[in-house]
Design a protein around this ligand. Structure first.
Ligand code: SF4
Length: 99
């Protein structure tokens, strides 16, 4: 089983605000295991079965080995629409709404 990312002992998850996604595909290049463009040209996070999670605000766990790639995606995302948050309290730790 893949270990999910923890920061300060906290599990993390990631979600995308598709309303702001430009469809450039940077995230899917950085972390294709987590992000993928759908035929609508927008990026989505993937669920455990590799399916794209298309419900608004749907989140996926951040696998620990991919934390750097996911964080880099959030930093480079031109739409500023990749949000990484703690599972326990939904506080954003990387992304446009992080402190
Ligand atoms: S990097 Fe951001 S704007 Fe670009 S495809 Fe991914 S979510 Fe969309």
């Amino acid at each position: 089983m893949q270990q999910d990312a923890v920061v300060g002992g906290e599990a993390l998850e990631v979600w995308i605000d598709q309303d702001l996604c430009t469809g450039d595909g940077i995230c899917a290049q950085y972390a294709p295991e987590v992000f993928e463009l759908d035929i609508d040209g927008l990026a989505y996070v993937k669920g455990a079965g590799e399916e794209l999670l298309q419900a608004p605000g749907a989140s996926a766990p951040v696998p620990l080995p991919l934390l750097t790639d996911v964080v880099d995606s959030a930093r480079e995302c031109p739409g500023e629409c990749i949000h990484v948050r703690r599972v326990s309290d939904s506080v954003e730790v990387y992304g446009p709404d992080a402190e």
